[in-house]
Design a protein around this ligand. Structure first.
Ligand code: HEC
Ligand code: HEC
Length: 226
């Protein structure tokens, strides 16, 4: 019994250390702008001072192929920079990005991008953050999902689901199917505050059917309808 407990404890420590080591193996510069381990500071100040999106659950969030490609050729995902409230200026018709405040992301060479991807994919949140099977895989809901996204549930106010159509205060989701794991899309849509207590995406108390349909729609974006 004792022995088993001991083994379990060693296993747990090894898992936690694994995360810390993965974070250490990434270039130190990444940690200047990204949280690579779950921050203990959950204050609003941290969100306001943040220079880049959190990556401590990157392994639950991204598709590895997308990461490797993006790190070599990082095109903007948040259309007006990050965080948007620091880059936005009032335009004549609507808010527009101040281009001097949108900084280009550091670019990695192929080998470095592959190495960074391997480490990023090891960064995971607690087991219940994104549960396997959160998206039940029913692609047939995608058409209703598109309707929910653009009309019924108002996601389009903050996100683009299609190029050029939608708000800019949330990340673009035009390539969500290439970029994000479906289980992550479902978990985040259900309860964004579990990932980020102060994020300005509302928890919309959606029914599971809505979440499944929205996920079916988003996980096709960027994949040419597949
Ligand atoms: C000067 C600050 C800065 C540094 C240094 C930096 N990043 Fe970023 N990173 C950002 C910002 C800002 C974004 C958001 C870009 C966007 O949405 O268009 C971002 C986005 C990302 C994303 C996509 C995240 C998402 O949720 O969409 C990944 C992955 C990433 N960075 C990895 C890295 C890695 C790996 C390193 C180290 C080699 C690194 N970054 C260094 C600021 C930085
Ligand atoms: C009031 C604005 C707002 C609305 C409305 C909104 N979101 Fe978001 N959403 C955000 C913000 C802000 C983020 C995360 C910011 C960041 O990481 O830069 C986000 C993140 C996400 C993410 C994770 C993407 C990523 O790259 O990290 C998904 C998936 C998502 N939203 C889906 C939805 C869906 C589906 C709806 C409609 C049911 C919706 N959102 C409605 C603002 C919004």
């Amino acid at each position: 019994m004792m022995k088993r407990l001991l083994i379990a404890a060693v296993g747990l420590t090894a898992a936690l250390l694994g995360d810390a080591r993965a974070a250490d193996k990434l270039d130190a510069s990444c940690a200047n702008c990204h949280a690579l381990v779950k921050p203990t500071d959950a204050s609003l100040d941290r969100l306001l001072a943040r220079k880049g999106p959190d990556l401590w659950y990157a392994g639950n969030k991204f598709n590895a192929d997308w990461l490797t490609a993006w790190l070599q050729d990082p095109k903007p995902i948040r259309p007006v920079g990050y965080p948007y409230f620091k880059t936005i200026v009032q335009g004549t018709e609507h808010d527009v990005a101040d281009p001097t405040k949108v900084v280009a992301h550091p670019k990695l060479a192929k080998a470095a991008a592959e190495a960074a991807t391997a480490e990023l994919m090891k960064l995971k949140g607690p087991a219940d953050l994104v549960t396997a099977g959160a998206f039940k895989g029913d692609a047939a809901g995608a058409r209703m999902g598109a309707l929910a996204f653009t009309k019924l549930r108002g996601c389009v106010a903050c996100h683009q689901g299609e190029e050029g159509k939608g708000g800019a205060s949330g990340p673009s989701l035009t390539e969500a199917g290439l970029r994000l794991q479906p289980d992550f899309i479902a978990a985040y849509t259900a309860d964004p505050q579990r990932f980020d207590p102060h994020v300005w995406m509302p928890t919309l108390n959606l029914k599971d059917q809505d979440i499944q349909r929205l996920t079916a729609y988003l996980s096709q974006q960027g994949r040419g309808g597949k």
